[in-house]
Design a protein around this ligand. Structure first.
Ligand code: PMP
Length: 383
């Protein structure tokens, strides 16, 4: 099929697979072992850390490997609460459009008594900096706002938020999972103190990611143990980390050429769809957005119907909505942007990647013509 779901995950790059196989076949010893094979594995781990730090824009010593962005996000929030206890900083401040894993954690913490404030977004999906200025205070343990939203691709005003956080002595966590490899944003230029990333969003393996912790920031261990400078215990996922580094290196090498091409395809898709479907609404228009993401709705045509119709035509995309028993929950991101539940249930996401071709876009447009335009006509006739 034509794969337009790169924000969900991406195909492992051949370079990543090769690096993983080498780590599995040759350097499989424990990097903590003192013998020569252990030291060889340790060396490989160090090389991967250095390569990734270059791509992310941090120092190698600031990088802590994790099992993925969900763990990194948890480590940021739970670490902040643990660190904040002694400082009288007990409240969490995060945007209303964070990843469900992070919002779910905040919800559970709230139920256990942790004060949580959610920052609203405007109709484009951009976090309200004025609201952040009103809500931040000396009792805040962490400000957490993503770099770019996974459903809409909308990029957040990190600079303004980081200035605000710094002025109040609040650690600033950025979930950069969707930004790494999809824009030129780097940790060192962002003003963030903590930075979550995940390998599988940029053609690396699943189950590996990192939390960048700014040098000098006193942070509790994520998981007990001696590895990762006592910050995240457990024998390192050396093959995963090697794959992550290889994938990131490959992405960085071709990013400047890939991004304009991907954006060109995305914009052409949007423009042609708009010509064909007057009821089309593109989410986040007018806001800075990732070049690969096109969040939209075909009027109020239900996303589930659209996605099934497209898949029958060989096109796979996704909706932001989580399928729950007994129906589809409308996307929390779209609701936060002011969509009605009916509109939010119509939200579709096309996310392109470096393997997306002109032909893929042409096939998508043809599929919409064959499968979606008649559904819209049906809907209009029934109204
Ligand atoms: N944050 C964002 C913004 C994401 O898009 C995702 C992946 N859907 C995650 C976190 C979770 O990443 P992982 O799969 O590595 O846990």
């Amino acid at each position: 099929p034509v794969y337009l779901d790169h924000n969900a995950t991406t195909a492992p790059a051949p370079e990543a697979v090769e690096a993983m196989l080498q780590a599995l076949r040759q350097d499989w010893a424990n990097p903590s072992s003192m013998h020569a094979p252990g030291q060889a594995a340790r060396q490989r781990l160090g090389a991967a850390r250095a390569a990734l730090a270059r791509v992310i824009g941090c120092q190698p010593a600031e990088l802590v490997f994790t099992s993925g962005a969900t763990e990194s996000n948890h480590a940021a929030v739970l670490g902040a609460l643990s660190r904040g206890r002694a400082l009288g900083r007990t409240r969490l401040l995060l945007s209303a459009v964070e990843h469900p894993g992070l919002l779910g954690l905040a919800e559970r913490l709230r139920a256990q008594g942790t004060p949580v404030d959610l920052l609203p977004v405007d109709a484009r999906g951009v976090v309200d900096v004025d609201a952040a200025a009103r809500l931040i205070g000396p009792d805040v343990a962490l400000l957490s706002v993503m770099a770019a939203n996974n459903e809409t691709g909308v990029c957040m005003p990190l600079q303004a938020l980081s200035v605000l956080a710094r002025a109040h002595g609040v650690p600033f966590h950025v979930d950069a999972t969707q930004a790494l490899g999809k824009c030129t944003l780097r940790f060192d230029a962002s003003g963030a103190d903590l930075w979550s990333v995940s390998a599988h969003k940029l053609h690396g393996p699943k189950g590996v990611g990192a939390l960048v912790i700014r040098k000098g920031l006193d942070w509790p261990p994520l998981i007990g143990g001696r590895q990762e400078r006592h910050r995240r215990g457990g024998t390192e996922n050396a093959p995963g980390i090697a794959g992550f580094a290889a994938a990131a290196t490959r992405v960085a090498a071709t990013l400047e050429a890939d991004l304009p091409r991907i954006q060109g395809l995305r914009d052409r898709l949007a423009q042609r769809l708009r010509q064909r479907v007057p009821a089309l609404v593109v989410f986040g228009e007018g806001a800075p957005r990732l070049p690969n993401t096109l969040g939209l709705r075909f009027g109020t045509l239900d996303a589930e119907r659209v996605l099934h119709a497209l898949e029958r035509e060989g096109i796979v995309a996704s909706s932001g909505a989580a399928c729950a028993a007994g129906g589809t929950e409308p996307s929390a991101v779209l609701l936060a942007m002011g969509c009605t539940p009916h509109e939010a249930r119509a939200g579709i996401r096309f996310s392109l990647g470096r393997d997306t071709t002109d032909t893929d876009i042409a096939r998508t447009l043809a599929a919409v013509e064959r499968a979606i335009v008649p559904l819209l006509a049906e809907l209009a006739a029934a109204a």
